[in-house]
Design a protein around this ligand. Structure first.
Ligand code: C5P
Length: 277
């Protein structure tokens, strides 16, 4: 058996509607999720005990012990492996770094060993089920109900994370209204990218308000994105603090990321393409 690699792309919530709350405190969501062509890289090799090494530009501060979701994912299927996580995504940023890493680890380990993909991946985190097959999807329930979605156009985006850490449970706790309207069911059939963008502008991330209350710099990020030429929409992903701006041309996204990185050296800014499939 040789090394197996799996990409762990950034997850972006283009919409995130909080539609209710379960008795166990978890929130019911209705979210349109897409994946970037940019993310972490997992490499697994056979070994008799599990070991994790974290490399890459965002490795600092990432735990290498059993706290890391990558090792929790390996333990879930009872497979041992030598695992390398090449970290490019900022941690705890609302773009699914840990969940995408866990899902990619499961894909790579199942591939390497022939072990079947487990059904109970939700125990690793609410975003792990959608990250198992990283393509456009509608995510409902607390994250376990995933429906692949056709008709979402490929989009150019800039991801921006300011130097602020937001804790997901605290952001959910900051919701003033816990029952908000879901997206339409079924979702509309978008005739073209312009129709999609028009529809998207009418949707929401219900966690954006509580996140801005906890970290006002998030509002600055949204304004800065909207100020860049060609930006059609700016919104926060997940519980933040990463926000995305959408552009119809790759060149506009690249120019916007370059300008933001220059103007705000403390901000992480990355131009990427959001893949429809
Ligand atoms: O599942 P995950 O570890 O990503 O969730 C982190 C925290 O976010 C949970 O402990 C919970 O407080 C909150 N959460 C929630 N409803 C969801 C997902 C997460 O309340 N659907």
């Amino acid at each position: 058996m040789t090394a197996v690699k799996a990409h762990a792309p950034a997850k972006i919530n283009l919409t995130l509607h909080v539609t209710g709350r379960r008795s166990d405190g978890y929130h019911l969501l209705d979210s349109l999720v897409v994946f970037a062509d940019f993310g972490d890289l997992i490499t697994v090799r056979p070994a008799t005990v599990s070991r994790l090494a974290v490399t890459g530009p965002m490795a600092a501060g990432v735990p290498v012990d059993a706290d890391n979701l990558v090792l929790k994912a390996a333990a879930l299927i009872d497979v041992t492996a030598d695992i390398t996580l090449e970290k490019h995504l900022p941690a705890a940023a609302g773009i699914g770094g840990g969940s995408s890493d866990a899902a990619a680890t499961l894909r790579a380990l199942c591939d390497m060993t022939g072990v079947a993909m487990p059904r109970d991946v939700l125990v690793l985190g609410a975003d792990v089920p959608v990250c198992l097959a990283p393509r456009a999807a509608r995510m409902r329930g607390i994250g376990e109900d995933v429906t692949p979605l056709a008709g979402v156009p490929s989009l150019y985006a800039v991801l921006v994370k300011p130097p602020v850490a937001v804790a997901t449970p605290g952001i959910f706790a900051g919701l003033t209204q816990r029952e908000n309207p879901a997206m339409s069911d079924p979702l509309p059939v978008w005739a073209d990218a312009a129709a999609f963008m028009c529809w998207l502008g009418e949707q929401r991330n219900d966690l954006q308000g509580p996140a801005i209350a906890a970290g006002p710099i998030i509002a600055e990020v949204l304004e800065a994105l909207l100020d860049t030429p060609g930006c059609q929409l700016a919104r926060m992903s997940g519980s933040g603090a990463t926000c995305f701006g959408l552009y119809d041309r790759a060149e506009s996204a690249a120019a916007a990321a370059g300008r933001l990185a220059q103007d705000r050296p403390g901000w992480w800014a990355k131009a990427t393409r959001l893949n429809a499939a």
